[in-house]
Design a protein around this ligand. Structure first.
Ligand code: FES
Length: 237
């Protein structure tokens, strides 16, 4: 009896010529196999020239973000058996330059993310021990700390493509996270000085960012929290 297989179609791009092609592969049905494992299968046994990114294999590093059947998802979190029957379509993240095959240039995303200065800038550190925070204080950043910088929210945000200066949902979620973290002594001040007061005004509230986020960061809600804070601040001044 013929072996049962999945057909996978991958959009590829030659790094030297920029030529785009589609490659088809037949993958045996193996229970529990993820899209990422299918890509390894291709590289190990069928075509070693295929390029893609991954690191943790467990939905933690954000490297394997790509389009699977036209939805931006983490390849390590999607099992082939979860997808509808028929050819499985794998493509690189949209709207970012392709370096090769499924590997895209994340620099525009990372530059904007870094522009919000996503780190603590405390002048004083505890003499000893850790910087503690209460469970209640932690709730302010509970969702935004989950961001794995996969770029999914960035590539689906319509405003990112309309306004080249808009920093995008992940950067705004990071701005919220470092502003509202009780351990960051300059957090809210930096939100005002560095992150500007304007970016959240531009948000179209489409909510695609929250829909595609694989970690439940809910960037649209985080942007609203910034808006609420800044509006309360201006009322008090
Ligand atoms: Fe790290 Fe998929 S390989 S999130």
């Amino acid at each position: 009896m013929a072996e049962k297989t999945y057909e996978i179609r991958i959009t590829r791009q030659d790094p030297d010529t920029g030529e785009k092609t589609k490659s088809f592969y037949q993958i045996p049905v193996i229970p529990g196999m993820t899209v990422l494992e299918a890509l390894w299968y291709i590289v190990d046994r069928i075509d070693g020239s295929l390029s893609f990114r991954y690191s943790c294999r467990g939905g933690v590093c954000g490297s394997c973000s790509m389009q699977i059947n036209r939805e931006v998802q983490l390849a390590c979190q999607v099992q082939l058996s979860m997808l509808p029957q028929g050819t499985i379509i794998i493509e690189p993240l949209p709207r970012l330059s392709v370096i090769k095959d499924l590997v895209v240039d994340m620099k525009p995303f990372m530059n904007k993310y870094n522009s919000v200065q996503p780190f603590f800038a405390n002048k004083k550190l505890p003499q000893q021990g850790e910087m503690v925070q209460s469970a209640e204080q932690r709730t302010d950043i509970e969702d935004s700390v989950k961001c794995i910088m996969c770029g999914a929210c960035y590539v689906v945000c319509p405003l990112v493509y309309k306004d080249a200066d808009f920093m995008g949902p992940a950067a705004m979620a990071a701005a919220q996270r470092f502003a509202f973290d009780s351990r960051n002594e300059q957090g809210k001040q930096r939100l005002v000085e560095v992150n500007g007061l304007g970016d959240f005004h531009g948000c179209l509230k489409v909510g695609k960012c929250s829909h595609v986020c694989p970690k439940g960061v809910d960037p649209a809600r985080r942007i609203e929290e910034i808006r609420e804070y800044v509006e309360a601040l201006s009322k008090n001044n």
